[in-house]
Design a protein around this ligand. Structure first.
Ligand code: 4AD
Ligand code: MG
Length: 432
């Protein structure tokens, strides 16, 4: 019996025969040779079939196989520095599970709309699979980062009775007997309850925003990791966010060089990402943007052009803190040094990746918070449980949310976040 091996593990089988189970990525023939590029999900390898070394029927069959035919092959693993992945497979046998004809995605340029409607198949392409492997590595990096620092994972609900990030981007759903529920925009409020119970928690899951924005940075369903820390200040969670981003970049560089190369990512831009990151106040950012000439108006939120300009200027994630409270959410605490400012931070990524993190110190005073809820035109009743956190043992606390797809898109050097989640949900797109 020949040992079964993932292509990823070929280094452990050099000179030996292995069985590989996968799909035909592409094929070319030259005289008495067939070159079958085979992928198995872990990697891709060139299989070489020589006429005379396999039964004639097998050689003929291999010469007609269509793209994405499913197959099981055996062969000898040979080191070959020029081959993709560094190995070649000298084929000895071929078993075809399905000979595919007319696979919809050929190896040529297709438009984004076509590819998105074929997303269930597009995921098989080399670059898309590389993005998915890097995404999975980033998720592990995030979990390890918090698990190693004494945080407890806390899963927040998806159905919620109230808004977290304002009412304008809520997806409403019917929830029995004419009651309304909303898909969560952020697990933060539940994270705060968790922090009061467990000290340090992180919520990590999908969130939903009914944003009618058709930009390359917006999804209607995306993943966010949200740490929340009892007794922490804004500055402390800024340190936490900085450490998280530096750790993610370091882990991907350490483990996923092959996938970054597949994506033709300029890794020198990632290698220079090291803490400490530049930290500037909103006022300083406004002044800098004036000099950079983006047309920024003091008092407004940063636009895409402002974010790109800041990212380009520093070539590093930049932490913009202490914002005019009018542009920030109801739960942010005011800066005791200046009541006009909220103790919030946005981390803006380099290379046009935009806002990667939004966070803040939370308002911890019951009456002040009740006033903010009213001021933002929100009903108090659904927030009653949240207000309990300020009634029973309130303490200073802070946290942030990091958008997973924006982080993946920056690290992978992808133009659009839609390639950074397996099945993107966007304005006008919910298929497949
Ligand atoms: O800045 P946001 O809205 O912050 C919150 O939701 C806070 N409650 C987080 C917290 O303090 N616990 O969102 C956080 C991050 C953004 O910085 C961005 O990276 C990402 O989530 N994000 C989106 N990603 C993709 N598509 C969208 N529509 C996004 N909206 C926000
Ligand atoms: Mg934000």
């Amino acid at each position: 019996m020949t040992a079964q091996s993932s292509i990823r593990d070929f280094k452990d089988h050099v000179g030996k025969d292995v069985e590989v189970r996968g799909w035909l990525y592409s094929r070319r023939s030259k005289g008495k040779l067939h070159f079958l590029l085979i992928r198995d999900g872990s990697g891709i390898v060139q299989g070489v079939m020589v006429k005379g070394e396999v039964p004639d029927a097998t050689f003929d069959e291999a010469g007609h196989l269509g793209q994405e035919s499913s197959l099981i092959v055996t062969g000898t693993v040979r080191e070959d520095a020029r081959a993709p992945g560094g190995f070649e497979l000298g084929l000895k046998s071929l078993k075809v599970l399905q000979d595919v004809k007319d696979y919809p995605i050929a190896h040529q340029e297709h438009g984004p709309d076509f590819l998105l409607s074929q997303r269930h198949l597009w995921l098989r392409s080399r670059k898309q699979a590389a993005v998915m492997r890097i995404r999975a590595r980033i998720v592990k990096s995030i979990r390890d980062y918090f698990d190693n620092r004494g945080f407890t994972l806390l899963d927040a609900p998806i159905f919620t009775p109230n808004a977290c990030e304002g009412t304008s981007t809520l997806f409403e759903v019917n929830y029995f007997d004419d009651a309304k529920a909303y898909l969560t925009q952020s697990g933060q409020l539940y994270g705060e309850a968790g922090a009061m119970a467990l000290g340090k928690v992180y919520v990590f899951g999908p969130v939903f925003r009914a944003e009618k924005s058709k930009t390359r940075r917006h999804l209607t369903e995306f993943w966010m990791v949200e740490p929340e820390v009892a007794f922490a200040t804004l500055d402390e969670v800024m340190d936490l966010a900085e450490g998280l981003i530096a750790t993610i970049v370091g882990d991907v560089l350490a483990d996923k060089r092959g996938d970054l190369a597949e994506l033709e990512r300029d890794v020198s831009k990632l290698e220079r990402i090291k803490a400490p990151f530049p930290r500037i106040t909103y006022d300083e950012a406004a002044e800098l943007l004036g000099k950079l000439g983006t047309g920024f108006v003091y008092g407004s939120d940063l636009g895409a052009a402002d974010e790109t300009a800041l990212g380009d200027h520093f070539g590093m994630p930049v932490m913009v803190h202490r914002w005019p409270h009018e542009v920030k959410a109801f739960y942010m605490k005011r800066d005791p040094a200046n009541e006009k400012l909220a103790l919030g931070v946005d981390v803006i990524g380099p290379e046009g990746s935009g806002e990667l993190v939004g966070g803040s110190q939370r308002e911890d005073d019951l009456e002040v918070l009740q006033g903010r809820i009213k001021h933002h035109g929100l009903p108090e009743e659904p927030f009653n449980w949240y207000l309990d956190l300020r009634r029973y043992g309130t303490v200073p606390h802070a946290g942030f949310g990091l958008g997973l797809e924006r982080t993946v898109s920056w690290i992978c050097g992808r133009e659009h976040v839609r390639e950074c989640i397996p099945f993107p949900r966007m304005l006008y797109r919910i298929y497949p």
